[in-house]
Design a protein around this ligand. Structure first.
Ligand code: IVH
Length: 711
């Protein structure tokens, strides 16, 4: 899309603009828009940004300012125009220019060989060239561009008619609002693709649901398709959806039109020369060159079915390494002339086939439901299933979250259920299969009293969760301790769930402060606790006293306070007891803290028993202060900077060093790329260091230099 020269020019222009953002004038508004589009493309399409988020935001704000001062300067494809202000009313039904067909499926080499045999019969060829690309597991969409402008985005619907979701589509930043199709002589074009939510965006989204006490979604596909029909386009924007475009279904005055309507005119010279719209691979290149994220890099062109078979199995092996979910590969006859010759059925084209990977879904029987009490007293129903293998693991129990969820999924004991394990996501029930019922199924009845301490259960208005409100309930106490010692909380290594349960049952541990008052002489009498393991445990407990404040805030297990919220809270205080003095209104002033979270934090710090426990923990020597605030380094010294640690650090723990970066506003990356600003190198650094040396923008620093940088 952008040549090396253009890239250099845009970088230079960006630098000039960033030197003094405030003096960018209305005269330069078109250049500013081009600069922003260039950076959107680098970030969302190429996945290789050249600008810190913070810098992008500054430029974006200046554009907004200029457009606000003179609204006549706004263009429909301005980067500001993604952010629609009004809510979607109804999504109108629209007709696709060409019906959106499905794909035929294959599951093994024989199926593919069969497909190839038919393709050879239909074309009369001995060897066929195929283009293979991932089968993206999301929600399909169709886009229309007219005179280079995005004019419509639609869902698949029934394949003939879909729903107009243009305002929501505009929120997806890898979809350009304008694209230079006219350069290729194309006036109108309809393209197809898939909307996805990346694995990391999905994990974050589910985390957000969990913080609100809502059940997670089963897979990123549901998250993506659910997002497309949302009323509030801004919410769609917040979900960080991505788009891959992989098919040109129609373009004006050319071969992709149904044969009867075809105008036999010479094609545009560019298209002819570059074979852009004569092969599938060419169409992917055209889309890529027009600024779309097409599978240009992910595709592979091969000759003959043997190579196809090899490639799909190689790709399946690296399925889990991709940042998004795919459920197979799509094999397409590359040459459009051959595609036309092969034609299609009413259901699918004869020139393409989906090769489906091993299923991550399976059906099994729901045999019973057990009720577990969590650390906040929430009573969670857990479905006990006939054990079933999915994607390499055996699943025999699955959380079914709450009463509403059970109703919504229409679950009964004895039901056949469809379950899914999407990537690393905890398995979920997708749906029940009511058609398989024989009348023996039983309703799932919720208990009225706590299955552990027998006290009465309560449900708050507007909530789906039944709770045991007895704060002393043994189940809750144990779960609170397990949470406190866990990896993301105080990270007390070698403690673990099993030890918490054991010590609790033996009466050696009865509450959180008890962790720091364990009688090790008694523990040493237990089987499996030699001197070494006791020393380790003791050292880990001792070390946890120095954990940064946000970990302690998270470890307290306050309802709705996840890791991110805990960081926000810790950043707002110098000492934990400051939270005792904050009102709900004060708390709501903090970023991303809403009414529910504020109420919950306020409630926690208004409870005398909790304050007693905190005082006790302080006496025991736990860190209650925000050290970063004390040294007054400010929160944002690393704002916009990215870091990666490699090799073994000798002075800092890796997790602490990473936390320091985040506390100062920086970000941790998972790999070396041109996005990386600093690689911090410990002992025995390997391939990451080698890779970083090749990218001259990455600063390679030692652990000591990092410590100096952090101050
Ligand atoms: S080609 C006529 N290519 O899979 C062309 N489809 O199971 C038909 N899909 O409805 C589509 N990745 O939503 C094609 N690389 C890819 C795809 C893909 C995902 C979806 C698409 C289609 C469904 C069929």
């Amino acid at each position: 899309m952008y040549s090396e020269k253009q890239t250099k020019d845009f970088q230079q222009q960006t630098k000039t603009f960033l030197q003094d953002i405030a003096i960018i004038s209305a005269r330069e508004i078109n250049v500013l828009r081009d600069v922003l589009r260039f950076h959107e493309h680098r970030y969302y399409v190429m996945n290789d940004p050249l600008l810190a988020d913070y810098e992008y935001d500054q430029l974006f704000k200046q554009l907004e300012k200029l457009e606000k001062e003179d609204p006549s300067l706004v263009t429909p494809d301005s980067p500001t125009q993604r952010v629609g202000s009004s809510l979607n009313q109804n999504f109108t039904t629209v007709q696709h220019l060409v019906p959106m067909l499905s794909l035929d499926n294959s599951y093994n080499a024989e199926d593919l060989i069969d497909f190839d045999r038919k393709a050879k019969e239909l074309t009369g060829l001995d060897v066929i060239e195929y283009c293979i690309e991932p089968k993206f597991d999301g929600a399909s969409i169709s886009l229309i561009y007219e005179n280079d402008m995005l004019t419509r985005g639609a869902t698949r619907g029934d394949g003939v008619e879909g729903e107009d979701i243009t305002t929501n589509i505009k929120q997806i930043r890898s979809i350009p609002l304008s694209a230079p199709f006219s350069k290729y002589g194309v006036q109108q074009i309809e393209i197809r693709g898939e909307i996805l939510m990346s694995k990391s965006a999905f994990a974050k989204y589910n985390e957000g649901l969990a913080e609100q006490g809502l059940p997670p979604l089963a897979n990123p596909r549901n998250a993506a398709s659910g997002s497309l029909r949302m009323k509030d386009p801004k919410e769609v924007g917040r979900r960080n959806l991505e788009a891959f475009l992989y098919h040109v279904s129609y373009y004006s005055d050319d071969k992709r039109k149904p044969a009867a309507e075809r105008i036999e005119e010479p094609h545009d010279a560019d298209l002819q020369d570059e074979k852009l719209l004569q092969t599938h691979a060419g169409s992917l290149k055209l889309l890529w060159d027009c600024g779309f994220r097409s599978p240009q890099k992910e595709k592979k062109v091969v000759k003959g079915i043997d190579e196809v078979i090899k490639h799909v199995s190689d790709f399946e092996a690296m399925r889990d390494d991709l940042p998004y979910e795919i459920d197979g590969m799509v094999v397409k006859v590359n040459d459009f002339a051959l595609q036309d010759q092969m034609g299609m059925t009413t259901h699918h084209p004869r020139w393409a086939i989906a090769y489906k990977f091993k299923a991550r879904q399976a059906t099994t029987k729901l045999r019973a439901v057990e009720f577990q009490v969590g650390r906040t007293g929430a009573v969670t129903p857990v479905a006990k299933l006939d054990p079933v293998h999915i994607g390499g693991v055996t699943v025999s129990s699955i959380s079914i979250h709450n009463e509403d969820y059970i109703k919504e999924k229409d679950l009964k004991i004895g039901d056949s259920v469809l379950i899914e394990r999407a990537g690393d996501v905890i398995p979920q029930i997708v749906k029940s299969l009511p058609d398989a019922r024989d009348g023996q199924e039983q309703n799932i009845d919720f208990p009225k009293s706590c299955p552990v301490c027998k006290s009465e259960l309560y449900k708050e208005e507007g909530e789906a969760v039944w709770r045991c409100i007895n704060i002393e309930c043994p189940a809750q106490v144990v779960e609170r301790i397990i949470h406190f010692v866990s990896k993301d909380a105080m990270d007390i290594k070698s403690f673990g769930e099993a030890n918490v349960r054991k010590f609790y049952e033996l009466g050696l541990l009865k509450d959180i402060p008890g962790i720091y008052e364990l009688d090790f002489s008694k523990i040493s009498e237990l089987e499996g606790f030699g001197k070494k393991s006791i020393d380790n445990l003791q050292a880990a407990i001792e070390a946890s006293k120095q954990q940064p404040l946000h970990r302690l805030v998270y470890a307290l297990g306050i309802r709705y306070v996840g890791e991110t919220t805990a960081k926000t809270l810790a950043n707002a205080i110098s000492d934990l007891f400051e939270l005792e003095t904050k009102t709900e209104e004060d708390l709501q002033q903090l970023e991303d803290i809403g009414v529910k979270v504020a109420q919950s934090v306020y409630k926690f710090f208004s409870n005398a028993q909790n304050i007693e426990m905190l005082k006790h923990l302080q006496q025991l020597g736990l860190n209650f202060t925000n050290t970063k605030k004390q040294t007054a380094t400010g929160t944002d010294t690393l704002q916009g900077q990215t870091f990666l640690f490699t090799g073994s650090l000798t002075k800092l723990k890796r997790s602490d060093a990473e936390a320091m970066v985040e506390e100062h506003g920086g970000k941790i990356l998972s790999g070396v790329s041109s996005k990386l600003n600093y690689l911090v190198v410990g002992e025995d650094a390997g391939s990451k260091l080698e890779k970083a040396k090749k990218i001259n923008t990455v600063k390679i620093i030692t652990e000591d230099e990092f410590i100096t940088l952090i101050g």
